[in-house]
Each structure stands twice: as C-alpha cells, then as structure tokens.
Design a protein around this ligand. Structure first.
Ligand code: NAG
Ligand code: NAG
Ligand code: ZN
Length: 763
C-alpha cells in the first residue's frame, strides 16, 4: 500500500513531469522554427543590403599601396632569367612548354581558371634541310657559278648565353619561296615615297630588279608590298648602322648597339590574324582558305646583317643617293644602282634564295582570371605576348616576366580577402610575332561576349625598349588614367624633383608641346590591334623608351636579333629590374583602377577634343585644301565633330553628378563609358579592309606601325592627283566623309538615354 500509494503518487508526478516536458519541448521547437523563419527573413534583408552596399561601394584606396609594396624586382628578375633560358618561337615545343609553365604558376599564385588555349594556325619557318638555307649571294653575271660573296647563315656567337641549338636562323616569316637574281636597286627605307622618288624623280625602272632597303621608319611587311607594287623580284632587308649602331658606341656584347653580324628577324604579313581563317577563330572545325589565297608576299624577302649588306652596297654603281638616303656604313658610297660590279669591274648580279615553308602549327594563349565581386560580367584585360624570335629578353619576355609578377601580387591580394568589382583577365598571347595571331583568334572566338562586356585592354609588349622615360599610346578616353596612375608610381631611380614615374615622363617627353607628356594614338604592331580596330574596345599600350632626343631610331638596336639575351638586360638595361618593377606597378595600378573603381575611369571629353584636333589638322592639311578646291563640303563633317565633342562634355557632367546611391544609374553611366568606343565600329569595315573596322583610328595602310586618323578618308585621298580614275576616287572621298560623319553623330547619341536621331529632322 505504502508502496502502491507512493507508486501512484510517483506515477502522477511522472505524468505531470511528462506533460511539462512535452510543453517545454513543443515551446522549444516552436521557438526554434520561429527563430529560423525570422532569421531567414532578417538574413534575406541582410544579404539584400550587402548586395546593394557592395554595388555602391567604391574601391579601397589602400590596395594601391599594397600593390606598390608587394611588387618585387627580384621576382621579376627570376621570371626573366627562367623564361629567357631557351628560345621560344611560336609553334615550337617551347611555345607549349612556357604556356603550361605560366598556367601552373598562375594557379599556384591563386589566379582563378587559368588555362592554355590552343589555335591551329599558319606559321612560317626556314627549311632545316642541308643546302636549303636562306641566303643572299653576289654572283659574276657571266659565270654565275663564281660566287663573289654569300651572306652568313647564322649570327656569329659573341657570348655563350646566345649559343643554343634551337635559335632559328635569320629569316622573314611568310616570305615566298624562290631563287631570284638580277640587278639591284637601293630604295632607302622602301616607303611609298622612296619608290615614288626612284620612279618619278629618277625615272628608274624597278620592274624585275632586286631591291635592297634598310629596316626602319615603317613596318617591314609594307616594305615588301611596296616592292611588289613596283614589280621587284625580291627584296633584301638589312639594319644600317645609322639606325642601330651610332659611331663610337659600344656594340654587343660590350654594349646595347647592334654588332655587324646581328640581323633583325620578323614577319612580313600585313594583317592581324591567322592568314587562313580571316574573321573566324582557328578552331578544329574552322574553314580554312588555301595557302595561296592568303594575303602573303608573292616575292622572296630575306634579312641580312650590315656586314653582308656592305658587300653589296659598296659594289653598287649608279648615281650617288640623296644625303638623307645615306646610311653610315664605313667605306660605302651609297648609290641607287641598278648595276653592280665586282672589284675587278666584272658585271655581277645579286641573288636571293629562300626555302622557308609555311606550315600549320599549334600555338597557345594562356588565359587566367580573377572573378569580379559585383560585376563579374565586366572584363578588364591585361595582356602581353609570349612568343619570341629568339630568347626575347626584351621583346616580349621583359613583359611576360612583368605580367607574372603582376599576377603574383593580385593573387596575394585575393588570398588576403580583396576582390575587385569587375573581372580581371590576364593573357599571354601566342604567335604575336607572326601577325598578332593569338590575340586576334581569341578576340574572334570571344567577340560575342567581349563586344558587350569588355571594358578595356591594357597591353605591355616590350617594356624595356629603353630606360629613359615612359612612352604610352592609348585611345584618348584612357589618357587621364595613365597620367593619374603614373603620378602614384615611384620612379625607378628617383632623383631631385623626379619622384614619380610621371615626373620623369613629363620632364623628358616634350613632344606634346604642353605641360603634359604625350600619349600617342594607337597604330598597330602589338596585341591591342584586334581589340581596338576589330571590335572597338578602348586600349592602352605602354613601354619604357630610349632617349630620342639623342638617338633617332625606329626601334631599339638589338630588336629581333639573337643578341636579345638575359645577359643584355641584366648587364645594360635593367640590372636591378627597377624599371620592370615600376612597369609592373603601373600596369597593376591601371588594371586595379579600371576593375575596381565605382565609376570606370575613362574620360569621354578627351575623345571629343582629340577628334576635334584631328579634324582641324585634317582641314588645314593639303588633303583638306584639295577637298575644298574640288568643291566638296566638309561642313556636316565639322558639325558632327562638334556635336560629338559637345556630347562628351555634357556627358561628363552626368558622370560627375552621378547619384552614387543608385546602383542602376552607376551601371548606366559605366555602360556608356565602356561602349563609347564601339560607336566607331563600321560593321562593313574600312575600304579594302573589311576586318579593320574603326573609322577614327586604324593602322595606316602604308605603314602598319603608324596610326592614321580618319583612315578611310586618308586612304581615299592617297595620291589622288595621279589617280588612274579620278572620278571614282573622288566619289570614294565623298563616301568616306559621309561614313565618318554618320559615325560621329551616332557615337554622340550613345551618350544619352534617349534613342533619337540628331540628323533626321532636316529631311
Ligand atoms: C613588270 O613587267 C612584266 C612583264 O615585262 C609585266 O607583266 C608587269 O605588269 C610589270 N609590273 C609592273 C609593276 O610594272
Ligand atoms: C604624279 O606623278 C608625276 C609623274 O608621274 C610626278 O611628277 C608628280 O610628282 C606626282 N604627283 C604627286 C602628287 O605625287
Ligand atoms: Zn613584341
């Protein structure tokens, strides 16, 4: 009983206890679920706020200091030493090897999605068969077996660091095969005006001759096509000491000037693409035109040293050349030709022998990226080419070594929690030397994305062309960002009032004739070309330059020779890699600003004023005069220039007044900044150049290296007084004026929100 009662009580107490426990459990569960639900909604609000906050937040300026602090000159030196230890010509095993190395390094550095991207493209190589070497000979005319002189098959070994079995002998890529012999004519730089002078002023017959011309002033491919245009059978190129080795200056290996055995290699293809897949990427399924349909030289071309050129030039007969045509070869009286005689006065001929082959090979780009935090679909692209004619210590590997340090620092920032607003893409291009091939194929393959999402392309090819001062080319809207960034970068060797890179630049570059250093228009000759001229992406190209007040060279002396070695850079150019460090900082800082600033740092006003200046210049030029004399009006052209200029001014006010609390307004402004350049793309292309489509800036059709403003118009006006069909050519001038006028008006409308016509009301 006692027990029973107590058991009863106990069971009653247990029941109560269970009830309480159940209630507590239910309450806990309800609270827990409620907590989750409330937490979910609070969290949702929170993440909404975070997204808006991120979209509205501007870049953290302290990252700029981190970039400067982290950038290591030693690391750049190590990169350069490794990458220049072997020759790395496009399409050879070293091309793939170095692409893989860069992808691996990027992944270790923390770069996201690094990959090597292959393209199968048409390249060109000398024959490696014995007896099929490319060369130039001087022969006795009557007994051609009697060879008076033959050009060297290789550049002489002058120091052990250039001695490697994989060095390709001097050649000009894409030369036609053939053996041609004949009289020889000296054509100075083989520019159009040089040939005009020979034919029109000197009445020389050039058809059937062999041309000898010096490198410099214009792209070598244009020299070849100019020689073809006058009917030459072949062309020999050489570097004259006047352009690469001033008297009394030490030559490699004792200095930076080209020794008499050095030869500039280089491509003669006049376009920016794989020659077999114009307009489309060189993928596995691509349609390829036949080799003989490709726009390649139809005559043999071969480069020789000035020691070999001297043997030809000193034997040439004919009238002595104009003073400005003279080179600086000792003991040579420069003459036009066409006759050539041996020392004993017997008549001789010059023979050019080329057995190079065009071959399909695979080349590789490497693409790595850091995904943007707020706008992952906006791309800021930093690129450099990787292929070289030899060791490439200046061209381009001083740039590749620099890019690898830029990515190391960005990788480190990423690990420390930083992430840019927009995506940054890093690229090393293959087969640039052959015709800007890797970058062009990539642009073609990714055009659909890039055309609506690409912000800007920042190119560094050969940063160590000199060490005197910065030199930059850019679309006008990017001039200010170069100035602004250069003002924050310590000079490589600061001295007195030259504290920043900008200080030295302004002090040493007076060519703009203003207080600001000059930023030139972009011609071609490096990988920005397809970005800008094909798809209309704003671009920058940068390097250090030699002192051009002292030496009036077209290019640094050792360009494309076997002597472009690590030894050259480490001994003479940048022993402490301080210039490359400064370039790495500048490149990274420009990339950071473009990718991370709330408002894209582009200034449309500079585009407006640059076009205005170009127009004034054109109007006052001889061509402008001829157009007026013809009775053609440029009033609407001028009105369009002014309309565009004014539109950029008022748009700039919108940029300054942007409501920084409105994410959509920020995106609207940024889209207009990003897309402005696209306004100058004519889908039909320039006359005769369907794939070069920028109506304001394009490479000059007479010199691919130079920039032509209003290229279609300039081409239409070319040599118009001697036109074979003046009526037709003047119609083309009218057409070009209308095309440019239209593009200026329509580019102006892209800066407003309305879709309006600026011109229709008058009809
Ligand atoms: C050169 O001469 C050949 C035949 O003599 C002729 O067919 C050709 O059109 C000429 N070329 C030029 C550019 O004058
Ligand atoms: C046109 O050609 C003639 C000779 O054919 C020459 O004398 C003249 O200078 C040329 N004109 C121009 C503008 O080049
Ligand atoms: Zn290069």
């Amino acid at each position: 009983m006692e027990k029973a009662q107590s058991m009863k009580r106990a069971s009653k107490a247990a029941a109560n206890w269970r009830l309480i426990l159940a209630v507590v459990i239910i309450v806990v569960i309800v609270l827990f679920v409620l907590g989750i639900v409330i937490g979910y909604f609070i969290g949702l609000g929170q993440s909404e706020n975070d997204a808006v906050k991120a979209a509205l937040s501007d870049a953290d300026p302290t990252v700029a200091d981190r970039i400067i602090d982290e950038m290591s000159s030693e690391e750049i030196g190590k990169n350069l030493r490794y990458l220049t230890s072997i020759p790395h010509l496009a399409g050879t095993p070293a091309d793939k090897e170095q692409a893989d190395y860069i992808v691996q390094t990027w992944l270790e550095q923390g770069i996201e999605h690094a990959e090597a991207v292959p393209y199968n493209v048409l390249l060109s190589y000398p024959s490696d068969e014995e007896g099929k070497e490319n060369k130039v000979q001087i022969l006795e005319a009557n007994t051609p077996d009697n060879i008076i002189h033959e050009s060297a098959l290789k550049e002489k070994v002058l120091d052990p660091t250039q001695d490697h079995p994989d060095v390709v002998p001097p050649f000009n890529a894409y030369s036609a095969q053939g053996e041609e012999q004949g009289d020889v004519v000296y054509a100075n730089y083989a520019r159009v005006e040089d040939f005009f002078y020979l034919e029109r002023d000197r009445n020389m017959v050039l058809n059937g001759t062999i041309i000898i011309a010096r490198y410099g002033k214009i792209f070598r491919g244009d020299k070849v096509s100019n020689a073809m245009a006058v009917g030459a059978k072949g062309i020999i190129l050489y570097s004259d000491p006047k352009d690469v080795a001033p008297a009394g200056q030490p030559r490699y290996p004792d200095g930076i000037y080209l020794p008499e055995t050095g030869v500039q290699r280089g491509s003669t293809f006049k376009d920016a693409m794989d020659p077999l897949t114009p307009g489309y990427p060189a993928t596995a399924f691509a349609y390829r035109i036949d080799d003989n349909e490709a726009a390649l030289p139809k005559i043999p071309v071969h480069p020789i040293s000035y020691a070999d050129a001297k043997e030809i030039l000193r034997r040439m007969q004919g009238v002595e050349v104009l003073p400005e045509w003279k080179g600086a070869l000792d003991g040579v009286t420069y003459r036009y030709g066409p006759t050539i005689r041996d020392d004993d006065n017997t008549i001789a001929k010059v023979k050019i022998i080329v057995h190079s082959r065009n071959e399909r090979r695979t080349t590789y780009n490497t693409i790595g990226l850091i995904r943007g935090k707020v706008e992952p679909d906006r791309y800021v692209i930093l690129g450099n080419h990787r292929d070289a004619w030899g060791f490439g210590a200046i061209d381009p590997t001083s740039g590749t070594a620099t890019l690898l340090e830029v990515t190391r620092v960005f990788g480190k920032l990423l690990k420390d929690g930083w992430r840019p607003r927009r995506t940054i893409v890093f690229c090393t291009w293959g087969a640039e030397e052959y015709g800007l091939i890797g970058s062009n194929e990539w642009v073609e393959e990714n055009m659909k994305n890039l055309v609506s999402r690409g912000v800007a392309y920042v190119n560094v090819d050969s940063p160590l062309m000199g060490v005197h001062r910065l030199s930059a080319g850019a679309t006008p809207n990017l001039k200010q960002i170069i100035y602004a960034a250069a003002k924050t970068i310590p000079d490589a060797y600061p001295e007195g009032s030259r504290k920043t890179m900008y200080d030295t630049w302004t002090m040493r570059d007076k060519s703009a004739g203003t207080d600001e250093p000059s930023v030139s228009d972009l011609g071609s000759g490096s990988d920005y070309a397809s970005f800008l001229h094909r798809m209309g992406m704003s671009a920058i190209d940068m390097r250090y330059h030699w002192d051009d007040t002292q030496y009036d060279f077209s290019i640094y002396p050792m360009y494309h020779s076997v002597y472009e070695t690590y030894h050259l850079v480490e001994t003479y150019y940048d022993p402490e890699f301080k210039y490359l460090q400064a370039m790495a900082r500048l490149w990274a800082e420009i990339g950071r600003r473009l990718a991370d600033l709330l408002i894209i740092p582009m200034d449309a006003r500079d585009y407006g004023s640059r076009i205005k200046t170009m127009f004034e210049h054109f109007k006052d030029s001889e061509s402008g005069q001829k157009i007026r004399n013809r009775g053609l009006s440029m009033d609407r052209f001028e009105d369009a220039v002014d309309t565009f200029n004014e539109a950029t001014q008022s748009f700039h006010n919108e940029v300054t007044d942007v409501n920084k609390q409105d994410p959509m307004e920020i995106r609207r402004i940024n889209d207009k900044l990003m897309m402005l350049e696209r306004g100058f793309i004519d889908p039909l292309g320039l006359p005769g150049r369907v794939l070069t489509r920028h109506v304001i800036f394009a490479p000059s059709s007479k010199d691919m290296y130079a920039s032509a403003g209003f290229p279609g118009l300039v081409d239409a006006m070319f040599d118009i007084d001697n036109s074979s069909d003046p009526t037709k050519q003047w119609r083309e001038v009218e057409r070009e004026i209308a095309v440019i006028t239209h593009h200026l008006y329509s580019a102006a409308t892209t800066l407003t929100d309305e879709i309006t016509s600026l011109t229709r009301t008058e009809l």
